[in-house]
Design a protein around this ligand. Structure first.
Ligand code: NDP
Ligand code: 2IT
Length: 444
């Protein structure tokens, strides 16, 4: 059995009931097959793949907090410190009822390669909890965040592990977590990113993932003889990534016509009104029905269906496995020619293969959504030098990073005879830097 197959079998056997983790490992290892086979003896002797798929450290803890009725609630907290070969662990905190160890491991594993692709010195990590901020009062969210950090503070720090936002964790949650970390440690340091602008946050971090997704998409189109201007776009999600993807798509002259949340989706043939969407989601924390109620051109549909809209480009920006084979067939039949992932692993493997087999340009999330974590690393730089850069400065660095990521993965794909396979290109380019650093640092 080849080394790659052996390791995948081990991962499945040693990590039962973690399908998302198996899926993420499978996708990466399949892409790396050509690289591993060319150097199999050395990688095998060094157990490089065993070390890559096993997190350096996994922290699981109890998070007790008191709700507004005086009832004690108990959630489970996670932080997976996956790989620190190229820098301190870096990755978001997901707060969603679906969170379990397997989901955090899939996200942490992806983060290793994503962070490597940014070209910045950040290792891979991820955390979260099955806590649901939806429908909770600000006081309840604060109580949860304080309890979460009261345990986690022992393991994080500006030079060891720097968490940030993800699903369910935005500026409010980061603020409460930062305050509690400072109180417990007495340190005013860049231990979290996505902070508010009054206490060490970076301009453009809020916009970075969505903007970066569009910078990379525009570059991918340009390099394939296409222009993003005038194209119609389907975006899923209505959170941090989706909102700023929609905004930048409009600024680049494209027309996003959809968005979605966990209850339904909007088709707005006039183009999404991004200011209204921000008001509904960022200020009121309300459902998309409120968007539809305020916008005569919008049609609201209950449930799933965002991928049935006829568009040129699809940008899945909600959650994992939200775009399956059936959706891919519908999109292709409707003429989609490019897909770039804003979320982490939103496209199933079968759907990805279908896009690739049908000539659709397809960019995986670990490359196309890397603008968020890249700008987090820029926030870390600003915190270290105790200075703040202008919006334009950060945004221009973000653009350069996204364009470079595309060219690096394109070059890696070409080098290994996989021209146009951006999934393979991203995995290979991300892996090679980490593997070289791991090898240089010996058996640790
Ligand atoms: P938010 O919490 O801001 O928004 C998430 C959006 O996706 C909401 O509209 C939410 O709907 C929807 N959603 C979440 N889970 C589900 C689900 N199970 N089924 C249907 N809809 C769902 O999160 P972000 O925008 O920050 O994150 C979106 C994706 O992007 C995630 O995959 C995340 O890992 C990834 N990402 C985020 C980055 C960041 O900087 N924030 C960076 C890189 C990647 P509802 O509100 O109804 O739940
Ligand atoms: O998935 C991701 O890259 C994020 N949620 C952002 C992580 C970060 O550290 O900014």
């Amino acid at each position: 059995m080849s080394y790659v197959d052996e390791i995948y079998e081990q991962v499945v056997a040693k990590n039962p009931a973690q399908p998302e983790f198996h899926q993420a490992v499978k996708e990466v290892l399949e892409s790396l097959r050509v690289v591993i086979e060319a150097n199999e003896e050395n990688y095998k002797r060094d157990a490089l793949l065993e070390r890559l798929v096993n997190p350096e450290r996994q922290i699981v803890f109890r998070v007790p907090w008191v709700d507004d009725k005086g009832q004690v609630q108990v959630n489970t907290g996670y932080r997976v410190q996956y790989n620190s070969a190229i820098g301190p662990y870096k990755g978001g905190i997901r707060l969603h009822p679906s969170v379990n160890l397997g989901i955090i491991k899939f996200l942490g594993f992806e983060q290793i390669f994503k962070n490597s692709l940014t070209g910045l010195p950040i290792g891979g990590g991820k955390g979260g909890s099955d806590f649901d901020p939806k429908g909770k009062s600000d006081r309840e969210v604060m109580a949860f965040c304080q309890s979460f950090i009261t345990e986690l503070y022992k393991y994080i720090g500006a030079d060891t592990d720097v968490p940030a936002g993800d699903i369910g964790t935005g500026a409010r949650e980061i603020g409460y977590m930062y305050g509690q970390y400072k109180r417990l440690t007495g340190l005013y340091e860049g231990v979290l990113t996505g902070k508010g602008l009054t206490y060490g946050g970076s301009l453009a971090r809020k916009e970075a993932t969505g903007y970066g997704l569009l910078y990379l998409t525009a570059e991918m189109l340009k390099c394939n003889g296409q222009d993003i201007k005038g194209k119609t776009v389907a975006v899923s999600g209505a959170g941090n990534v989706a909102i700023y993807a929609i905004q930048k798509a409009q600024q680049l002259g494209a027309k996003p016509v959809t968005c979605s949340d966990s209850t339904g989706w909007i088709y707005d043939p006039e183009g999404i009104d991004v200011e209204l969407l921000k008001e509904v989601k960022e200020v009121k924390r309300a459902r998309l029905t409120e968007y539809a109620a305020a916008r005569p051109s919008a049609q609201y549909h209950e449930g799933k269906g965002v991928w049935t809209a006829k568009v040129d480009i699809a940008l899945p920006c909600a959650t994992q496995n939200e775009l399956n084979l059936e959706d891919a067939k519908t999109l292709v039949a409707n003429g989609v020619f490019a897909v770039a992932e804003g979320a982490n692993m939103p496209t199933t493997m079968e759907a990805t293969e279908y896009f690739q087999a049908n000539g659709v340009l397809f960019c995986p999330g670990k490359a196309s959504n890397a603008g968020g974590v890249a700008t987090s690393a820029l926030e870390m730089s600003q915190n270290s030098e105790r200075l703040s850069w202008t919006f334009e400065e950060v945004d221009s660095k973000l653009q350069t990073i996204m364009v470079n990521i595309f060219h690096n993965l394109d070059a890696a794909a070409k080098k290994y005879g996989l021209d146009g396979n951006y999934v393979a290109g991203a995995n290979i380019a991300g892996f090679l830097k980490v593997a070289e650093a791991m090898t240089a640092q010996g058996v640790v």
